[in-house]
Structures are given as C-alpha cells and as structure tokens.
Design a protein around this ligand. Structure first.
Ligand code: SAH
Length: 203
C-alpha cells in the first residue's frame, strides 16, 4: 500500500466524538499517522510484527498498522467509549485489531513494536512519562509522538532507561484550545516523532 492510499484510508477513521480534556483526547491527523506508520514500516517494525498502540483512542494508529501488514495489533485504551469507537472503526476499515480497556501503567505484555500518540502533558504535567516507561517495558522498538519542546528532556530520560533515540522527525499539528488554556481557538504545536530502540541487543 502506498502512503497516500494509507492516508486516504485513515481519513475515514472517526476521531473522538466528545473529547475529554483530562485524558487529552486529540486524534492524530491522518497525514501524520500515515507518515509515522510508514517510517516504522521502513525500519522493518510493522509488517509481520506484533504491534501495541498505547492510548489507542479511536484506533487510527492501530488500524494503520494492521493495513500495513502487522501480524497482530493490540490497542490499549483507558476510556471505554474510545475503546468501543476503535473496535467499530476497525470493523469499518475491515481490519482485525484487539482493543483492551486498561491503564497503560498496568499493562504487562510483550510486543515487537509500540506505536503511540500519548497525552503531551498539557493537562497533567509529564503525562507522557508513564507511557514511555510502559512502552520500553513492552517492546524493543518504540515510535512515539511528543511535544517538540520536551525532546531534550525525554531523550535523557530514555538514556537512563537504556534506550536511544535513533531517528527523529517533526510535524506541526493543531491541538484544540480545550487542551491548552489559551486565547486562540486552536494552537499549532510542533510535534516530534521519536524512534526509540533498546541499547541492549538482548532485549
Ligand atoms: N492514539 C490515538 C489517541 C491519542 S489521544 C490517536 O493517535 O489518535 C491519547 C489517548 O490516550 C486518549 O484516547 C486517552 O483516552 C488515552 N489515555 C490517556 N491516559 C491513558 C492511560 N493512563 N492509559 C490508557 N490510555 C490513556
């Protein structure tokens, strides 16, 4: 599947119907999701791999991973409404994904690859940290979106966890005003995709 075909398919994935500010429910734009997934695919981390999507929301990253040939996709989502929407969106996209209702902090599973767009911490400071900690426990390869301003800090946090950021990419996307108490209705945020791998080859 070509990237623009994937993007077109992902445009049909319905975003959060009634986003909850507390959980920072903003869906990844289809163009960013497609580019992120293709990056992971190019590094050999999607096709034929067991992929976990932490905070899967309505499922855009999970569905994209399934469309690119992941052998198994497991979405983890704490909000039952979003989890139900993800299951419905997957059915409509005619792909198989498993959605588990759980807090990422409680997840004890293994996968080849984690993909995620976690909360950036606009509501709850450092909300993305438990996601990163869970992600590196679960898989040797992690593809994760973060507020670009926090990259330096996250890179050193990851180093302390024996992980390295081996590739990065920047995107801009609009985060609705409800998540950043801001004058403007929407705020354009610079977002970084961090491609993370284990330093220890045995992991
Ligand atoms: N991955 C989706 C949604 C991103 S928004 C996308 O790319 O479009 C972040 C998601 O994380 C929300 O759906 C929110 O409900 C979920 N979330 C927030 N805290 C969580 C936690 N502790 N455990 C699991 N999911 C959580």
């Amino acid at each position: 599947m070509k990237k623009n075909e994937l993007e077109r398919r992902l445009q049909r994935v319905a975003p959060h119907a009634r986003p909850q500010a507390r959980l920072e429910q903003y869906s990844t734009p289809a163009a960013v999701a497609a580019d992120m997934l293709f990056t992971a695919y190019a590094f050999g981390d999607i096709a034929g791999r067991k992929v976990a999507d932490l905070g899967c929301g309505t499922g855009i990253l999970s569905i994209g991973a399934a469309l690119l040939g992941a052998s198994k996709v497991i979405g983890i989502e704490v909000d039952p409404q979003a989890a139900a929407d993800a299951r419905r969106n997957a059915k409509e996209a005619e792909v198989e994904i498993e959605v588990r209702e759980a807090d990422v902090r409680d997840v004890r599973m293994k996968a080849d690859t984690v993909i995620m767009n976690p909360p950036f911490g606009a509501q709850l400071r450092n909300a993305d940290r438990p996601f990163l900690e869970a992600a590196v426990r679960i898989a040797p390869k992690v593809y994760s979106l973060h507020n670009a301003r926090t990259v330096e800090f996250l890179t050193s946090m990851l180093r302390a966890l024996d992980r390295e950021v081996y590739f990065q990419k920047r995107y801009k996307f609009e985060i609705p005003h409800m998540f950043e108490f801001h004058e403007k209705r929407k705020k354009e945020v610079e977002v970084a995709l961090l491609c993370i791998s284990s330093l220890d080859v045995t992991k």
